[in-house]
Design a protein around this ligand. Structure first.
Ligand code: SAM
Length: 252
């Protein structure tokens, strides 16, 4: 018997941001391999399936990607509905490519269920559009994080060229991100916002690019995106230079 592997986007944290399709697939799942940071409310949507954590959490225990690929393939030989549940959207900084190519080579059917990515959840929390008529017409999602053996990336140049940029996995290396962005030509006064725990009672720190290490140092350690662009100038002008817990997610 060969099942189907579903790469399912769990969204940024709030369970009611999952798609209806994700909820249906989780309810039907026979087995669910999930990331480390998936909240209990989302895992609770798994009706009967076995839950197996395979989280790759930065700086903590990780399950090697090749081992995850193999476990997914083995599960698809035993079960009808196999779910690989990933934070945000599986197709953005989620190693989906490795899993899809491996499973496809094994002739296992793969389907992807999109999720709300962190950049969009953070924008919703802030109430600030990534694009803005007359201000921002290009948006870049980037990460400074380099996988071992990866070829060098021009991420900083792409960020400098964009009107608005959202950096994933960047808050923990704010000093080197700042250096790279200044070297790429971004001015130190560029407006910056860090949004931590988007969609689940988020916290905001806002200031300029030059402030980035100081803003990042105030983080409580939750997942965070670094947002850069003139669209965030209003935050800078307001009294929000300190971490400012605001209203919880729009779902409330
Ligand atoms: C491995 S990437 C996965 C991204 C995910 N696939 C997505 O679409 O959001 C993990 C990074 O996503 C960002 N992230 C995930 N959840 C977040 C949240 N609720 N609030 C802010 N940033 C978040 C952080 O930058 C974190 O380091």
């Amino acid at each position: 018997m060969k099942g189907t592997v579903y790469l399912v986007g769990a969204g940024p944290g709030a369970a009611d941001l999952l798609t209806l399709r994700a909820v249906r697939v989780l309810a039907e799942a026979d087995i669910v391999f999930h990331d480390a940071l998936i909240p209990a409310e989302v895992l609770a949507l798994v009706a009967k399936g076995k839950l197996l954590p395979v989280g790759k959490r930065s700086g903590r225990h990780s399950t090697a990607q090749t081992f995850i690929n193999k476990r997914l393939a083995d599960a698809a030989r035993r079960y009808r509905v196999v779910v690989r549940l990933k934070g945000g959207d599986p197709m953005l900084f989620g190693r989906a490519h490795e899993e899809i190519s491996y499973l496809t080579r094994q002739r296992i059917e793969v389907r992807v269920v999109p999720g709300v990515t962190a950049a969009l959840a953070a924008s919703a929390d802030l109430g600030i559009s990534l694009s803005q008529r007359g201000v921002a017409r290009s948006v870049v999602f980037a990460t400074p994080r380099e996988a071992e053996g990866a070829r060098p990336s021009n991420w900083a140049a792409a960020v400098a060229a964009a009107d608005t940029a959202v950096l994933y996995m960047a808050a923990g290396e704010a000093r080197s991100v700042l250096d790279a962005l200044l070297a790429a030509g971004l001015p130190p006064g560029k407006p910056v916002a860090i949004v931590e725990n988007a969609s689940v009672g988020y916290a905001l720190a806002a200031g300029t690019l030059a402030d980035l290490p100081a803003l990042a140092a105030r983080s409580a350690g939750g997942p965070a995106v670094v947002m850069i662009g003139d669209v965030y100038a209003a935050l800078q002008a307001s009294a929000s230079r300190d971490l400012l817990p605001r209203l919880t997610s729009q779902s409330a």
